[in-house]
Design a protein around this ligand. Structure first.
Ligand code: ADP
Length: 556
């Protein structure tokens, strides 16, 4: 029998559940948790804004197939995590946010930083709970872990009133649960697997779409076997990039529009027909394509598009089942005019951007910067992209060679994720190069936390695409107006990085990009390469206006 504090119970419980890193902004009343954690020699990445802690924690989850943990102070400290929680919710990523909160006995009395934290957070969480007894802390943390990981993953929130942290309990009264197991990997109904292959075998214009649910499932091996055996053309969602080798002959990502529009049968694995895939509707898709849909969440089957066959289960298991069943129900496409036309379109699209990739224009455009980055980056680099044009154009030019090696705004379209995602990437993969491609607008959201990278010796290289405006290309070419809200041009973000303890590079001409990359990665320090670019630079004209977000931002 011994006395134990609530703070110590939180620390012990997180350790028991396998947590090795927490992302925090220390403050009242969670200080004892953070200090105790760090004093015991565990890793605590202390940041400058709770949003950064929350976003870094969820990227940590995605990269490690575990639950990343963010700890925030009470009231407004906790509400600063809301955008991060929303992002994890939209992207189906696990996350545990622990928020300190006002003392229970002072609730509704105007206590320090008292806010309705559970009420504001619950709608964007899979599960929330308030700790109302110190002895329940291990159990509630255990439940939180299971909720975050099971089935379709998502964020959970645990509210810790101040007296639950500072209070003392006799440890004999504290039940200790079994740690949460690895997330279960359910298989699909074998009869449905057979039906799915029968549907796919009939296809004349098949297409495989791979999303980040497959990446979360680590289904890459099974996907590759399936593609190699069937010779099905494939493309990926933005964060599905790298799930299959980019140089694979079946990769038709560069003919995305034509592939989506022309497919008569689609195998969708761990992705949704949301805005990113144009809701599966015409004119972006054929009106009556057949759909074989693989998702761990049963309610997702048939959402927005009727599913011919729904395979509810874990992507890795289900693809394994499909590969095994190919012996019984062979599916093999081989050469076809469908594939040839798609490959021709890929080549045509690649040729169309070639002049921009090689442009020596003194006002630098996106494509030239990305070309230099593409040619420089080693294959094992983790690529983080943030900011509309920077993110979109990087997908066309900078390949991703391995699974879970690209992180971006995702389904929530959340700008500002670049800095925290890059921090988590380097924490999880200290031996890999991490590059963060960021528009200057996007950088502004959480830019101050480049100091966190410098402080923790995380040698991330930021490339800032400084056009000093928000989407001027759209305003100039679509709306045909100038905007008084342009940013001050040529700001010295590189000097800011140097002042904060890192390495800075200032780039104004195309030939300076490569040497700047070499020096930045060679410095071994957190670095900013500040590229001053053409303020009117944009992307190549698309067949459909960007993302077809009718009625929004002037797109039609
Ligand atoms: P993307 O942004 O890559 O298009 P989405 O976030 O829209 O992907 O969709 C991911 C989908 O993956 C969700 O519907 C989610 O339920 C599903 N998913 C999550 N984990 C798994 C898994 N282990 N196996 C199969 N599907 C999964």
């Amino acid at each position: 029998m011994a006395e134990i504090s609530g703070a110590q119970l939180v620390i012990d419980s997180l350790r028991r559940e396998g947590v090795d890193t927490i992302y925090v902004l220390p403050g009242d009343p969670v200080g004892d948790i953070v200090n105790g954690w760090a004093a015991a020699g565990h890793k605590a990445i202390a940041v400058r804004h709770e949003q950064v802690a929350c976003m870094a924690a969820q990227a940590h989850s995605y990269l490690t197939r575990s639950v990343g943990v963010c700890i925030a102070a009470s009231g407004v400290g906790q509400t600063n995590t809301l955008t991060g929680i929303a992002n994890a919710y939209s992207n189906c990523w696990p996350l545990l946010v622990i928020g300190g909160s006002a003392e229970l006995r002072r609730r509704n009395m105007g206590d320090f930083q008292e806010l309705p934290q559970i009420e504001t957070t619950a709608p964007i969480c899979k599960w929330t709970a308030t700790v109302d007894s110190i002895r329940r802390i291990p159990n509630l943390i255990n439940q939180a872990m299971k909720q975050a990981l099971s089935g379709r993953p998502g964020p959970v929130y645990l509210d810790l009133p101040a007296e639950m942290i500072s209070g003392i309990e006799d440890d004999a009264n504290v039940p200790i649960p079994q740690p949460a197991p690895e997330p279960a990997r359910p298989m699909a109904d074998p009869q449905e697997i057979r039906k799915a292959l029968e549907v796919l075998a009939e296809a004349e214009r098949p297409l495989l779409i791979v999303g980040k649910g497959a990446a979360w499932s680590w289904a890459e091996e099974e996907l590759l076997q399936f593609v190699d055996r069937t010779q099905i053309p494939f493309l990926t969602s933005p964060m599905g990039m790298g799930m299959l080798p980019p140089e694979h002959p079946m990769n038709v990502s560069a003919a995305r529009t034509q592939a989506l529009k022309g497919a008569d049968t689609i195998l969708m694995v761990g992705a949704r027909f949301n805005w990113l895939f144009h809701f599966g509707q015409p004119p972006r898709f054929a009106p009556d394509f057949k759909l074989v849909q693989v998702d761990i969440e049963g309610s997702e089957i048939g959402a927005n598009v009727p599913a011919t066959v729904g395979l509810v289960g874990d992507a890795k298991m289900v693809l394994g089942q499909m590969v095994d069943e190919l012996d019984e129900v062979p599916v093999s496409y081989g050469e076809s005019s469908w594939l040839n036309d798609l490959k021709a379109k890929c080549a045509e699209n690649a040729a169309a951007i070639e002049p921009m990739l090689n442009s020596d224009a003194s006002q630098i455009g996106y494509y030239r910067i990305f070309k230099e980055i593409r040619d420089f980056l080693p294959k094992d680099a983790i690529v983080v992209a943030d900011g509309a044009s920077t993110m979109d154009i990087s997908r066309q030019v900078v390949p991703v060679w391995y699974p879970r090696h690209r992180l971006d705004a995702g389904v929530a379209g959340c700008v500002g994720t670049g800095v925290p995602f890059a921090i988590a990437s380097q924490v999880v993969h200290p031996d890999k190069p991490v590059i963060c491609l960021q528009g200057d607008w996007a950088f502004g959201f959480n830019g101050m936390d480049i100091e966190t990278a410098a402080r923790f010796n995380l040698p991330i290289v930021w490339v800032i695409f400084q056009n000093a405006n928000i989407d001027k290309w759209v305003r100039t070419h679509v709306d045909k107006v100038e905007d008084p809200n342009d940013f001050t041009p040529s700001l010295r973000f590189d000097v800011m990085m140097e002042a904060l303890g890192g390495h800075g590079e200032f780039v104004e001409r195309p030939e300076q990009i490569r040497p700047a990359l070499e020096r930045a990665f060679g410095s071994g320090k957190a670095s900013v390469i500040n590229v001053i670019m053409d303020p009117g630079a944009g992307r190549r004209q698309q067949e459909f206006a960007w993302l077809a977000r009718e009625g929004r931002m002037g797109y039609s």
